[in-house]
Design a protein around this ligand. Structure first.
Ligand SMILES: C[S@@+](CC[C@H](N)C(=O)[O-])C[C@H]1O[C@@H](n2cnc3c(N)ncnc32)[C@H](O)[C@@H]1O
Length: 285
């Protein structure tokens, strides 16, 4: 019998683990990018004081609390208020004038983590005067970070960075007018949450999310392999109205994807794309 290398054995064990999680728990990590997934699995094995990845299988099959901890660990929720300020500047300059032409604006913020991106959007819409005729659907598959997003309470220590980002994003007011600080926490104003619907949604297994005018999915696709990126991009394309906008993260791209020819770049550097009208086959006369 041929000798197996340790790495080959671990790859096999990881396949079995992901299959077991999918079949028992309904969460599908089988097409997540392997390098970062392997690091998370390795952490889970070490934290659980386990000898092998296969030991993790029985733990996650039978222990609900352990599975919840594993899920939280699988979700990398690093985010920021007005993350990549030049992106928000471009959004304001190039996309907002189009959005304002629609009577009602539906926005999907997919993979919203702890919500900073959602509050940044809400602030931008308020400053541009059309928050009242907008709705933001903020989704993530991580229920813990969604709970933080719903509350909108952040460490006061982060406010300096948030303010700097806000000031560099083409904003027109003072960031301090959007939160209330108490002790070491800062709570975003309730008015910013008024037209936001926070909900659980898994991009891998859940369905299309209504006819959106704008979809933001930034710094999420980097964790997926090409096949899954294509599936999720197809989900977004089916969720966007004709002429709607799609925004990806700094390290993400539509290039080489199955939907590339359905979009035109609005801002190449900031990864802002617009869905081309003519590709909407079902609407052709
Ligand atoms: C790095 S954060 C990005 C947060 C924010 N979009 C930003 O750019 O700052 C990635 C988020 O994607 C979420 N995510 C990963 N896989 C997902 C999936 N299958 N469905 C929904 N959300 C997912 C994670 O839970 C995490 O909150």
């Amino acid at each position: 019998m041929a000798e197996w290398k340790q790495t080959e054995l671990e790859a096999l064990e990881t396949d079995l683990l992901l299959e077991a999680i999918f079949r028992r728990r309904g969460y599908d990590f089988r097409h997540y990018a392997r390098a970062s997934l392997n690091r998370r699995v390795d952490q889970a094995v070490r934290r659980g004081n386990l000898a092998h990845i296969t030991d993790l299988i029985s733990l996650l099959l039978y222990d609900d609390a352990a599975f919840e901890r594993f899920l939280a660990q699988m979700s990398i929720s690093v985010t920021d208020m007005f993350r990549d300020p030049p992106f928000f500047l471009r959004l304001r300059e190039t996309v907002v004038p189009w959005l304002k032409t629609w009577p009602f604006v539906k926005i999907w913020c997919a993979g919203c983590a702890t919500g900073e991106e959602v509050y940044s959007l809400a602030i931008l819409l308020k400053e541009e005067g059309f928050y009242d005729r907008s709705r933001i659907y903020a989704t993530d598959y991580n229920r813990r970070t969604l709970a933080v997003a719903r509350e909108g309470i952040y460490p006061a220590a982060k406010i300096k960075k948030y303010t700097a980002n806000y000031n560099n994003s083409g904003a027109g007011d003072s960031f301090a007018s959007y939160y209330h600080a108490k002790y070491d926490r800062a709570k975003m104003h309730d008015g910013l949450r008024q037209n936001v619907v926070f909900s659980h949604h898994n991009l891998v297994t859940d369905a299309v999310f209504g006819e959106m005018n704008l979809i933001l999915c930034r710094n999420v696709l980097i964790y997926f392999d090409q096949e899954l990126q294509n599936r999720v991009l197809e989900l977004f394309t089916a969720s966007l109205c004709p002429g709607g906008f799609l925004c990806l993260g700094a390290k993400e791209s539509l290039q080489f994807s199955t939907v590339a020819d359905q979009y035109e770049a609005v801002a190449k550097k900031e990864n802002i794309f617009r869905r081309i009208y003519s590709h909407r086959k079902e609407r052709r006369p």
